[in-house]
Design a protein around this ligand. Structure first.
Ligand code: FAD
Ligand code: SF4
Length: 473
């Protein structure tokens, strides 16, 4: 009989909510070996097709079985520079674990039996980091004369920068914020992705020769044209989707109604969870409502509940979502963790109006109950509000986490850059080249909100096309 899947050690829910410390502690060696041995070594490993960057999953798992963790690290690194990051944040249940043969056919998620590929990847990534392993570099002297500008330092920008630098190209990354990392820095909280992991990967890029320049908004501080005039031969745009969506309902501009972006940026990037040690404060409500059903909503709710606990307030944080749990786009693990930590879920609820007090602070959220109708264009069943089902929920802090749109500062400032109706960049899918010659793009600015590994997949494709483009020059 095959062994049961290994579960990594986690902090208990009571422990977790007292701090922003990492929740999942990962596998110990004994567990990593037991999990790797469960792999069937398939002749046609279906798991690889589920990985957006095509890691040779079977090979690295076999290397783990042989205790060749260094070899496994280099196998992963051939396709993915950020094993420790992806091992922590990849929605593997929709990707490699879902296509693993141990998942039953037709299942919307992976089955529990499928190999915990992401936890194996995390172990190997952390091993490489602890041993400071460095992958061999194939610099091409002919490419050393070229300079490429990367705009945005999220996973797409960082991945593209790494790929180009490894080949010998001089890369300069321009970032609008004061710290690099994009969503990995300002969106995903440290209890899911400790910042020393992110800093290690960024330092590695710096060692490869990548120059990072913060506090520069391309399109404002300088234009694309100016970059070319400064001698950059090509540009990669990894602008992300950082513009928050709003509900468009009455009362949305009341005090203590936040967009998830502002809330998470204050908490994560500006370290408001360490206030007064850090300089950025944040209001903490007694009754918090987070609206939405994706990863952003889960991160905002779990961060809010921790802030309540850490400030001596009895935790009372709810998530309001207009469909049911089945349709929630968040990672299953995050939903489970949120429930364990005490987040209250209210499904089939449509917000109608924020109601404030005389001082302009939010006090209540008026809602309607919904039922599910026919599937809409997203394939999920459409929520339909039920007439006369109105109710009010108390709320002195609300966070709106209903989706993000393209960062448009640069695209609006550059008329020649072709965008679609959502404001996303239009690219040639083969090369990721935009409507401007020599300007490439990838990540959430192409096709909207995706995942870290999808952003990296596009960046890799773009970096290969950039190399070809430079070779023609
Ligand atoms: P981003 O990460 O958004 O980075 C873009 C960067 O470009 C930003 O730093 C921005 O400041 C900078 N920038 C923009 N315009 C300019 C300009 N004009 N000049 C200079 N700099 C500029 N995905 C997962 O796989 N797993 C998860 O668990 C997960 N959780 C998430 C949680 C949250 C809260 C959010 C918001 C997203 C989450 N995602 C997750 C999605 C994932 O983070 C994104 O798909 C990914 O970060 C996209 O990468 P990117 O590089 O395209 O953009
Ligand atoms: Fe192993 Fe699953 Fe990949 Fe088969 S599909 S090689 S069982 S991880």
């Amino acid at each position: 009989m095959r062994e049961r899947p290994q579960k990594p050690k986690e902090l208990s829910p009571q422990e977790r909510i007292k701090s922003f410390d990492e929740v999942i502690l990962g596998y110990i060696e004994e567990q990593v070996l037991a999990e790797a041995k469960r792999c069937l070594r398939c002749k046609n490993p279906a798991c690889i097709a589920g990985c957006p960057v095509g890691i040779d999953i079977k090979k690295f798992i076999l290397q783990i079985v042989d205790k060749d963790y260094g070899g496994a690290y280099f196998t992963i690194r051939q396709k993915n520079d950020f094993a420790s990051i992806c091992g922590r944040v990849c929605p593997a249940e929709y990707q490699c674990r879902k296509t693993c043969v141990l998942t039953k056919k037709g299942s919307p998620f992976c089955s529990e039996e499928s190999i915990n590929i992401h936890f194996l990847e995390r172990f190997v990534g952390d091993y490489g980091m602890q041993k400071a392993l460095e992958a061999p570099i194939e610099r091409d002297e002919k490419l050393a004369k070229f300079k490429v500008a990367v705009v945005g330092s999220g996973p797409a920008g960082l991945c593209c920068a790494g790929e180009l630098a490894r080949r010998g190209v001089k890369v300069v990354v321009f970032e609008a914020l004061h710290k690099p990392g994009g969503v990995l820095r300002y969106g995903i909280p440290p209890f899911r992705l400790p910042r020393n992991i992110l800093d290690y990967e960024i330092d590695y890029l710096k060692k490869l020769g990548v120059e990072l320049i913060p506090n520069v908004i391309i399109g404002r501080t300088k234009t694309l044209d100016e970059l070319f005039k400064e001698g950059f031969s090509a540009v990669f745009l990894g602008l992300g989707a950082g513009t928050p969506g709003f509900l468009g309902i009455k009362g949305e501009n009341l005090c203590n109604v936040y967009s998830a972006n502002e809330f998470l940026t204050r908490v994560n990037l500006m370290s408001a969870f360490k206030f007064p040690e850090s300089h950025t404060p944040i209001n903490i409500g007694r009754q918090i409502i987070v609206i939405g059903g994706g990863n952003t909503a889960m991160d905002a709710a779990r961060a809010a509940l921790r802030l309540q606990k850490m400030n001596g307030i009895t935790p009372d944080t709810s998530v309001f979502y207009r469909r049911t749990e089945v349709e929630m786009p968040a990672r299953r693990l995050e939903i489970e963790h949120a429930k364990e930590e005490g987040i209250i879920f209210r499904f089939l609820v449509q917000p109608e109006e924020f109601i404030g007090n005389d001082a302009g602070f939010v006090q209540k959220l008026a809602c309607l109950q919904c039922q599910l109708g026919e599937p809409d264009e997203s394939g999920r069943r459409r929520p339909i509000a039920i007439k006369g089902s109105d109710f009010e929920a108390n709320c002195d802090l609300a966070v709106i986490a209903i989706g993000l749109k393209a960062n448009e500062v640069l695209t609006k400032a550059t008329a020649e850059l072709k965008t679609d109706k959502y404001g996303d960049l239009v690219v040639d899918p083969e090369t990721m080249e935009t409507s401007i010659k020599g300007v490439y793009a990838g990540g959430d600015i192409v096709g909207g909100e995706g995942t870290v590994i999808e952003a990296m997949g596009m960046a890799k494709k773009a970096s290969e096309a950039i190399i070809k483009y430079l070779e023609t020059k």
